[in-house]
Write a protein that binds this ligand. Structure first.
Ligand code: AMP
Length: 180
């Protein structure tokens, strides 16, 4: 993808994000990507942009992080004809899981994936909507590997660069379509 195309993609997302102050708690500016998801043409362009970045043969399966990551993961997977794996909050998956607990700004959270979700060595693209502090991504990438997957990329639509999540993911192949 050319620089111009990348910039156009970033602008397309930037125009369809709503900033919601003090949600879900005081001091947080929540980046609501619902307007992007609701715009069929823009959503398709963004999904095609992700596929272009890795190439249609660049990954074997897409893992999406609950819940907005599911929306993106399913669309990317469908676009190239691969499967999708949900990375879920604790207690939602019915069979044997691999779990990772990680720090949130306040307290802890747990993410899980089915222990048999990946074939050993399968190339996994992990997707989510927003990269903030990087805790969610760090936990998820570790989970995917413990479940046998080979993480070939982590893509978000929007990176909050000032929170320096990338530092926490040093050495990981992080790809953000828009950074603010
Ligand atoms: P973090 O673990 O801090 O990188 O947070 C990333 C996860 O929390 C992603 O699954 C996001 O959907 C969500 N998230 C964190 N901060 C925000 C924000 N300011 N706006 C929207 N989603 C956020």
């Amino acid at each position: 993808m050319s620089d111009d195309e990348s910039e156009a993609l970033a602008a397309l997302i930037a125009k369809r994000v709503l900033d919601v102050s003090d949600f879900p708690q005081a001091g947080v500016v929540f980046k609501d990507l619902s307007p992007l998801f609701a715009d069929g043409s823009a959503f398709r362009t963004v999904i095609d942009g992700i596929v272009d970045h890795y190439g249609r043969d660049g990954f074997d399966v897409v893992a999406g992080i609950e819940a907005r990551g599911f929306v993106i993961a399913a669309a990317v997977a469908y676009a190239v004809g691969v499967g999708v794996v949900p990375v879920r909050k604790a207690g939602k998956l019915p069979r044997q899981v691999v779990s990772a607990s990680y720090e949130l700004e306040y307290g802890q959270a747990v993410l899980e994936v089915h222990a048999d979700a990946f074939v050993a060595g399968q190339r996994v693209l992990v997707v989510d909507d927003v990269l903030a502090t990087g805790g969610t991504a760090e936990a998820t990438l570790g989970l995917v590997e413990r479940a046998g997957g080979d993480v070939i990329g982590f893509t978000v639509l929007l990176e909050l660069a000032f929170l320096e999540g990338r530092k926490r993911l040093a050495g990981r192949p992080v790809h953000a379509l828009l950074a603010v």
